[in-house]
Structures are given as structure tokens and as C-alpha cells.
Design a protein around this ligand. Sequence first.
Ligand SMILES: [Zn+2]
Length: 157
Amino acid sequence: MILNCFNCKALVDAQEISNYKNEITDSDNYQTTSYDCNELLRTYEEYTFLKCPLCLKPFLTYLIYNNDYGHDFKKLKFITLYPLSNKTINSEVSISIKKAFDEAICCFENNAFTACVIMCRKAIEGVCKEHKIEKGNLKEKLILMKKGGIIDQNIFD
Ligand SMILES: [Zn+2]
């Protein structure tokens, strides 16, 4: 499984050590089939314990499957439970920026890299707007932010 190792700062092909599947019994999570509304479909969640092949640090992932109208089980939601992203964001930033940033991390963890870039861009645009820098394209805005001392050379690069 390809995971983002924060220790190695790289995407690694994590080796699976153990795996536990749990059938979901909460009736709210059941879906009915399109053929027979009384028939409840099973679905399940899966916890996987893995290790990074390079630094040997552990991962714990969580996957919930969606049983889609009697067809194959589809991945509904995938999250890395451990380690938690160390990319946290100051609680003082506005909700819209935080939402875009969190979504970017989620896209990255689900290997949706194009979507991740779009959300990163949205978050940066949000920061620009917060500082009343709204003219020009993103590159011009970043130059203005650096000139204004809002971001330093490191972030600019
Ligand atoms: Zn690693």
C-alpha cells in the first residue's frame, strides 16, 4: 500500500503486517438493495497495520467499504489513523482556509494529487485574500506577500 511516511518525507510502499476486518452492524450504516428494499446489505471496515520499508515506522490505516447495490465493495473512505499528519494549521486562520488545507491533506493521502494541488492553491489564495492581496495571478500575489513580509523566502520558494 502506498502511504506517505512523515519520517522519510516520501511516499513509500508500506508492508502490511496485520489486517482486521470488522463487519458493520450499526443499522444506520446498512444500505438496502435496489431490488429488494427489505434486504440489508453487509458492509465492513478494515484496519491495517503496516510498516515503512525504509525507516520501519508503523502505520495504522482505516478503510470503510461501501457495498454498492449488490456490486463490488467500493472503498468509501480511507484515512491514516497513525501517524497523524504533523502538518497542523494555526487555529486563528479562517475556516475556509483550514477546510481547503485539510482537504488537500485528505486528497494527498488518497493519492489524488491533482486535487491536492488544487486545494493547496485554494488555501494559498485564501491566505492572499486574508491579507487583501487580490490583484494578479498567484505568482504575482506570492511576490507581493514576500515583499510585504507576510511570507519569508523559504515559503516563497
Ligand atoms: Zn519511513
